[in-house]
Design a protein around this ligand. Structure first.
Ligand SMILES: CC(C)(COP(=O)(O)OP(=O)(O)OC[C@H]1O[C@@H](n2cnc3c(N)ncnc32)[C@H](O)[C@@H]1OP(=O)(O)O)[C@@H](O)C(=O)NCCC(=O)NCCS
Length: 197
């Protein structure tokens, strides 16, 4: 409309639970589930290096999954939206939240392949690390990925995750057993120095 101003970026960011430079995070809920979302999970090209696209997903199975997540206090999953357009492009979350040992697994899916390689994965992971450490007061975040998943390993290494080891033949996909590498990062406010000899 004439005379109407485009909302300032900080106003667009304000609708989100957390926001970075290009993305905002909001609690994932059943209203995010649609055919396009389900296609992210089933698409073999989107998931060459993960346990997804092995068992088929549907609107019903994903609605059940999200309802389970909302009732489970060991999981917090956020929808990732572009600040520029509001498009839902993927999810990022903390799983296996262990409140006694103050640790959690961190996981991500940028489902829109056209958005790969633009820094969104790194930005989403960084927002979740800040949330996990500064808001939830976690001590340790960990993640696993296929040992050939260069993109995910690069995101982890850029953000200071350290390689812990390899799980041999951890999962079976497309005719072969595949190795998984596990990484961790400690809360920088609490990280110990190198172990003394
Ligand atoms: C893996 C994933 C999260 C990466 O997100 P992204 O937004 O594409 O990554 P970024 O743009 O932040 O890239 C970070 C770095 O990784 C590199 N990278 C990204 N994808 C890569 C690939 N396929 N091969 C090699 N390097 C890659 C980038 O070049 C960049 O490195 P640089 O800063 O040195 O240039 C995203 O591709 C994805 O969600 N894939 C599908 C689901 C999936 O595999 N999830 C993880 C399962 S464990």
């Amino acid at each position: 409309m004439p005379g109407m101003k485009t909302p300032h970026k900080s106003a667009r960011a304000a609708r989100y639970f957390r926001a970075g430079k290009t993305i905002g995070l909001e609690a994932l809920s059943t209203r995010h589930i649609n055919e396009r979302y389900v296609s992210w999970l089933n698409d073999a090209e989107t998931n060459p290096y993960s346990g997804r696209s092995i068992l088929p997903e549907s609107l019903e199975s994903e609605l059940r999954y999200i309802q389970g997540v909302l009732a489970d206090n060991t999981k917090i999953i956020f929808a990732i939206r572009l600040l520029s357009t509001g498009q839902h492009v993927g999810n990022v979350g903390l799983l296996n939240i262990d409140r006694l040992n103050r640790s959690a697994e961190i996981a991500i899916l940028i489902g829109e392949k056209s958005q790969w390689g633009k820094g969104l994965g790194t930005e989403a992971f960084r927002l979740m690390m800040d949330y996990g450490f500064d808001t939830l007061n976690l001590h340790r975040l960990w993640m696993g990925t296929d040992s050939e998943h260069r993109g995910m390993m690069r995101v982890a290494e850029k953000l200071g995750f350290q390689l812990e080891g390899t799980f041999r033949d951890f999962y079976f996909k497309n005719g072969s057993y595949r190795d998984v590498v596990q990484y961790h990062v400690l809360n920088p406010r609490e990280a110990r120095g190198p172990a003394s000899a």
